[in-house]
Ligand binder design. Structure first.
Ligand code: ADP
Ligand code: MG
Length: 701
């Protein structure tokens, strides 16, 4: 093996030198020969195709033409000199233009000899022109060996301005690949290569840079994509496995009296199959020696809370405490009331701790937590305060991910010897393929089934011009005793305008729905928290029939009597937001409605979003569309987009390869967790190299 050669600094490659090396490092992150080899082309140009001048169009990208230069002249203008050559074939004429290196070119160009030119064309002064074409005499071209498919490498403006063109990269690749010292060890096992009929490493890398034909190129791409995804998955799964080995957790040996009594006697409804499955997954985790780290995904209303509650009962059955943390006060209160109801006959002590808990109550809670008589604590961020010390916290449940960091969470168990088991619940479905890549090291449970009897939410798209009809419909619903949300967008960049829209909207709704027949609540971000809370509570209690709001109501409010969600300027919301908002209705027994209001001016993406909302209420299906529209980086926020910085694979387009890679990585680790089998030697050595150079193709989590 020759890994030393591959780690040679890039400046030692013939044709590079210190200046170019600097640029390659800064612009493309290429430090070594190995890095250069793994600079994969973005796309390929078909160099078997020749254009004639009369076939050119303004929209054509790079083209290849055979013809002759008939005339050269230098044109001087205020902005500088340029060299212009007239180039003709049988069908017409065009111009070739140079701004740099004019002297050398002028002296070396041959007149009336056939050339092959290649480059991008511009339409200028009623003539096509090609600036700085790649040129080769036809006679040379015919002798030369070249791939039918010309690779186009990633580049930056700085690189091309400094003369490191695609052709230069190409030449560097050729230099490197013709070095006899180059030896690319196979990085996958024979089993994998055979089982998946993959192209070998050498052939793959050679064909990705110098494709012999389309078929070999496709096989090379498949293999390299597979490899990239395979090693990411291997790393994630390994991390998960090591976590389980190293991070011990409290084994909850028994499922005891509380759980069983509740399950057999007090279950308020029959659990769905998905809920049962997920509870079993959690029970397995809790019973093992390892600390649980589980993400529970389930659409709004899928019934995550009871799963949380029953998991807590297992903790209590094993003499541990449990806590449930929610992002807002309202949500905490809802959880508290719900859990009180469910635990009525169980005689367990539950408390609520939020920012508005009085000092005396607070003191009592602190005391009972420490002496262990308080078993379940529910609350907001207040749970993270210094004074909150559990005697023995065994299970921490966090509702709605993304809102608490790991460092924050660990404050919960400052008194523990071992970390408690962690269950994070989220109603924001993440496409499976994305979850596999971003949360691949967590265990994931999914509730993909709604409780029975849940009515579909009728979703329609209406134009602003129909507003009066909508108002009439709202009045009918209110007359039936229902409540209505009307939501306005509030986007930071256009905040002032958005507030104006909200206030204008509010004024027109007040006119349309006058007191005392109608009562209206309004909630937005500029209000004081206390006022917001007051208005929310009025709506929750049913004192107001209409809630006019910005997106602050997005998270988790539960008003089962609300049956209509009107979303104004719906074209301005993202899919996941629309889906979350719609989830505010359809919580009661009544038929619910979601009305998406828009203007007539809609972009193609906005149309897709609206059509998707009208077509389905399945959060996972919606998240898949969202992923396709926005790409993985946007979907996960900038923070995590680095994780998805793949060299050749694409999470959206290559999701099938990802699934295969994950299942193979899983299988390899199951059969040979230490990668000790001689058969797996190539995997072991590649893996340890990647870890050593912290470079799973840039993947660092
Ligand atoms: P979410 O997953 O959004 O947190 P919840 O746990 O709040 O959902 O459940 C939504 C509603 O459905 C609650 O009123 C809950 O009591 C009810 N529910 C949950 N599971 C079932 C079930 N298996 N059968 C009937 N109703 C259920
Ligand atoms: Mg919930």
């Amino acid at each position: 093996m020759n890994s030393n050669f591959l780690q040679t600094p890039i400046e030692y490659l013939k044709g590079v030198g210190p200046n170019r090396a600097d640029l390659l490092k800064k612009e493309l992150g290429i430090h070594t020969f190995q890095d250069l080899i793994h600079l994969f082309p973005n796309r390929y140009l078909d160099r078997t195709k020749f254009y004639t001048v009369n076939e050119l169009q303004q929209s054509t990208a790079e083209v290849q033409i055979i013809g002759k230069i008939t005339h050269i002249k230098t044109i001087e203008q205020k902005r500088g000199k340029r060299l212009v050559a007239t180039f003709t074939d049988e069908t017409g004429k065009m111009e070739l233009v140079w701004f740099r290196g004019q002297k050398w070119i002028k002296e070396n160009l041959k007149i009336n000899v056939p050339y092959v030119i290649f480059g991008r064309v511009n339409w200028f002064n009623n003539l096509f022109s090609m600036p700085h074409p790649e040129m080769e005499l036809l006679s040379e071209y015919e002798k030369g060996l070249r791939p039918a498919m010309q690779p186009i490498y990633p580049s930056t403006e700085k690189l091309s301005n400094s003369g490191i063109t695609n052709r230069v990269i190409n030449t560097l690749m050729k230099t490197l690949f013709s070095d006899p010292k180059l030896d690319l060890p196979e990085s996958l096992s024979k089993n994998l290569l055979k089982g998946l009929k993959l192209l070998g490493k050498n052939d793959s890398l050679f064909n990705i840079h110098f494709p012999k034909n389309n078929n070999l190129l496709a096989r090379a791409q498949y293999r390299l994509k597979f490899e990239e995804l395979f090693y990411i998955q291997l790393q994630l799964l390994q991390k998960n496995r090591l976590h389980k080995l190293k991070i011990k957790g409290y084994p909850f040996a028994q499922v005891g009296e509380l759980f069983n009594t509740f399950y057999n006697e007090h279950l308020p409804f029959q659990l769905t199959g998905a809920q049962k499955r997920v509870i079993k997954e959690i029970r397995n985790d809790l019973g093992s020696q390892a600390q649980m780290n589980r993400l529970l995904q389930g659409d709004v209303g899928s019934g995550k809370t009871i799963v949380a509650f029953m998991s807590m009962l297992i903790a209590l059955d094993n003499d541990f405490q449990a806590c449930l943390m929610a992002p807002t006060e309202i949500l905490s209160v809802q959880h508290y009331n719900g859990l009180l109801e469910w635990s009525k006959q169980l005689k367990i002590s539950i408390s609520l701790l939020t920012g508005s808990t009085t000092t005396s109550k607070r003191r009592k809670i602190h005391e009972n937590l420490e002496n262990g008589s308080l078993k379940i604590l529910i609350g907001t961020h207040a749970l993270l305060e210094e004074k909150v010390k559990f005697k023995n916290l065994g299970l921490a449940i966090i509702d709605e991910q993304h809102r608490f960091g790991v460092a924050q969470r660990s404050k919960l168990w400052r008194k523990n010897k071992l970390p408690p088991h962690i269950l994070v619940m989220t109603a924001t479905p993440i496409p499976r393929t994305l979850a596999m890549s971003v949360y691949g090291d967590l265990d994931i449970s999914i509730i993909d089934e709604m409780p029975p009897g849940r009515k579909d939410i009728k979703t329609v798209h209406r134009y602003d011009s129909n507003r009066l009809k909508i108002f009439r419909f709202l009045k009918e619903e209110i007359a039936l005793g229902r409540q209505v949300y009307i939501v306005y967008p509030l986007i930071q960049e256009s905040e002032a305008l958005d507030y104006k829209d909200l206030m204008d909207g509010y004024a027109s709704i007040e006119r349309e729905f006058p007191k005392p027949n109608y009562q209206i609540s309004i909630v937005h971000g500029k209000m004081k928290p206390a006022d917001k809370d007051f208005e929310m509570k009025r709506f929750v209690k049913g004192e107001t029939q209409i809630m006019v709001a910005t997106t602050v109501i997005e998270v988790g409010v539960d008003v089962p009597n609300a049956s209509v969600m009107v979303i104004e300027s719906a074209e301005r919301f993202g899919l996941s937001q629309l889906h979350q908002l719609r989830g505010r209705v359809g919580r009661g027994a009544e038929q619910s409605y979601c009305i998406l209001m828009t203007s007539h001016k809609l972009t193609a993406d906005a149309k897709t979003r609206l059509e998707t909302m009208v077509r389905t209420i399945d959060g996972f299906e919606i998240s898949e569309v969202d992923l396709k529209l926005r790409g993985p980086g946007d979907l996960m926020g900038t923070q995590q987009s680095g994780v998805l910085n793949l060299r050749i694979a694409d999470i959206v387009r290559d999701s099938e390869i990802l699934k295969v890679a994950r299942s193979y990585a899983f299988q390899v680790l199951r059969e040979d967790p230490g990668l000790e089998d001689p058969e797996n030697r190539p995997i072991r050595s590649t893996y340890s190299q990647l870890v050593k150079y912290k470079n799973i193709w840039n993947y660092i989590s």
